[in-house]
Design a protein around this ligand. Structure first.
Ligand SMILES: Cc1cc2nc3c(=O)[nH]c(=O)nc-3n(C[C@H](O)[C@H](O)[C@H](O)COP(=O)(O)OP(=O)(O)OC[C@H]3O[C@@H](n4cnc5c(N)ncnc54)[C@H](O)[C@@H]3O)c2cc1C
Length: 503
């Protein structure tokens, strides 16, 4: 098989992957392997913004406090401090690359100050645009698009490369001094998610296969207000809309948050998501409604241009209609365990961004801390690989990509998995439900193993990675014996929790 040799290999071209590449470029040649086009990423879809204590009355201390409160004390305090202290420099770095941000700082749930640096409601797109154009201009960086990484190359107890199926070139081995997982999220283990198609937990699957430690997968964040519309599935209606005064109503027109939490629509995401699910169950409806009809149309159009336009595309008007919304999977707080330098438990393997579990989020992520985490920790990885040069492997043994299954089987397995996870490992969980999910996921994995032997299919590879990640979510949810942050098992219910539907 043909082998390409670089200094560093990074898998993924979202904010984490591209930030790593740009920072590592002065220290060596970097291959960026990405399974779609460069901008196919969760990053491109981020709406709200990036949290940073850059306002006059703000400080990293306050940002730190808010992050620790959201994480319910399960955060790693060192990682949190590192994150918040680096935040202003991260914004400066993005600005130096040409990212444009609005002058006014936004406010989101859980933040005690206005500290959301943003570009209207398309911050992610703006940031991805800026980093991607800097990458294209840098001769040290080579981007391989449509390069699906199937396996890590593991020799003598360390990771020294990655196997990718590169469009039109077939299978290739990429060898380097260090390999960075920057593969993003795992939303596609659920039927309803805000994540784009690429969020298929590949980094969790790759890390798992070389024995990397994976943790906190039970802390899955569900965004409360995701459009429920067949033509625009998974489209997010940012929290900033509720920050601007939009309210939640049930189908009778009642503002039901009064029944659930005194902070009403601006209660933390997990509280609002549980309230919505309870209300839908109580009234036997398929959605609730976000009402912005009392807000000034010109303000809505100015502050939320993307939402304004996209809704019009499916016949809805923000200033006229109540918008049907449901909670949907949004963000994975857990992932491949890393230290402050992004090192995983496997020598030679690093992780940054949503795939990593750095410890900054604890039991719940504070809004707009994830783009920040992706950038800050990607830079930390680059600084570490630059300061600790490892020799390039002289020779690698025979490497063969792992085999997949026929696509028709992969479609069936993915759908079955998504329906299991949505039913048993969503906002509300129960011990019996999680046990059922665990048994069925194991059966699907065995079935997958028995069907291996088909030609390369990215879709089928993803199915395996989804099964692996879902297994962690369910097992770690079963092991968690208290309701905390994003994890809510109705069998461990606490007195002041919203009524839980049967799961
Ligand atoms: C709708 C939406 C809104 C959001 N809003 C915000 C917000 O306002 N603020 C905030 O902080 N966060 C927000 N988030 C979360 C945030 O966008 C993500 O956590 C963050 O962008 C993750 O960046 P990343 O670089 O780790 O991964 P991503 O940006 O997802 O990039 C992952 C990359 O890995 C590639 N990849 C994956 N598997 C493979 C493989 N096998 N081979 C090759 N390439 C692979 C993908 O193609 C992609 O390029 C939002 C997320 C969504 C979905």
């Amino acid at each position: 098989m043909r082998t390409e040799t670089f200094d560093f290999i990074v898998i993924g071209s979202g904010l984490a992957g591209l930030s790593f590449a740009l920072r590592a470029a002065p220290h060596g040649r970097v291959a960026i392997l990405t399974k779609g086009t460069v901008t196919d990423s969760n990053t491109s879809w981020a709406q709200g913004g990036i949290a940073a204590a850059v306002g006059e009355s703000d400080s990293w201390k306050l940002h730190e406090e808010d992050t620790l409160v959201a994480g319910a004390g399960l955060n790693d305090p060192e990682a949190v401090r590192f994150l918040v202290q680096q935040a202003p420099a991260a914004i400066e770095w993005l600005t130096s690359l040409g990212a444009r941000f609005d002058l006014a700082l936004g406010r989101e749930g859980g933040h005690s100050r206005n500290r959301i640096v943003h570009h209207a409601d398309r911050t992610g797109w703006e940031v991805e645009r800026a980093v991607a154009s800097a990458v294209r201009a840098n001769p040290q960086l080579t981007v391989y698009e449509k390069a699906f990484v199937t396996d890590l190359i593991f020799e003598d107890g360390q990771v020294c490369g990655a196997m990718a199926h590169v469009n039109e070139m077939g299978a290739r081995a990429f060898i380097g001094r260090a390999v960075v997982l920057a593969t993003g999220g795992c939303g596609k283990i659920y039927a309803h998610t805000t994540n784009p198609l690429v969020a298929t937990a590949d980094g969790i699957g790759l890390g798992h296969r070389v024995g990397a430690e994976i943790k906190d997968m039970e802390f899955m964040q569900f965004h409360p207000t995701v459009l429920e519309h067949a033509q625009l599935k998974g489209f997010l209606l940012t929290e900033a809309l509720r920050g601007a005064g939009a309210t939640l109503r049930n189908h009778r027109g009642e503002r039901f948050m009064y029944e659930y939490d005194e902070r009403l629509e601006l209660a933390p995401r997990d509280v609002v998501a549980r309230a919505i699910e309870s209300e839908m169950k109580r009234l036997d409806t398929w959605c609730v409604y976000l009402d912005a009809t009392h807000l000034k149309p010109e303000d809505l159009q100015h502050e939320f241009p993307t939402i304004w336009e996209r809704l019009r595309g499916v016949g809805l008007k923000l200033e006229r209609d109540w918008i049907p919304v449901v909670p949907a999977q949004h963000y994975a707080c857990g992932g491949v365990v890393t230290n402050l330098h992004g090192q995983t438990s496997v020598p030679g393997l690093y992780a940054a961004g949503e795939v990593a579990r750095t410890g900054v989020h604890g039991a719940n992520r504070l809004a707009s801390n994830s783009l920040l985490e992706a950038l800050v920790f990607a830079h930390a990885v680059a600084d570490h690989v630059a300061a600790n040069p490892r020799p390039l492997p002289e020779m690698i043994g025979e490497v063969t990509p792992s085999q997949t299954i026929p696509e028709a089987d992969a479609i069936r397995i993915r759908h079955r998995l998504q329906s299991l996870m949505t039913r048993y490992a969503g906002v509300f969980r129960s011990t019996a439900g999680l046990q059922t999910a665990a048994r069925e996921i194991e059966a699907l994995r065995k079935e997958y193993e028995s069907l291996r032997g088909a030609p390369f299919s990215a879709y089928a590879h993803e199915a395996y990675n989804l099964l692996v990640a879902a297994g962690y979510v369910v097992d770690q949810a079963l092991a968690r014996k208290e309701n905390i942050g994003l994890h809510f098992n109705a069998d461990l219910e606490s007195a002041n929790s919203p009524a839980s539907p049967e799961v």
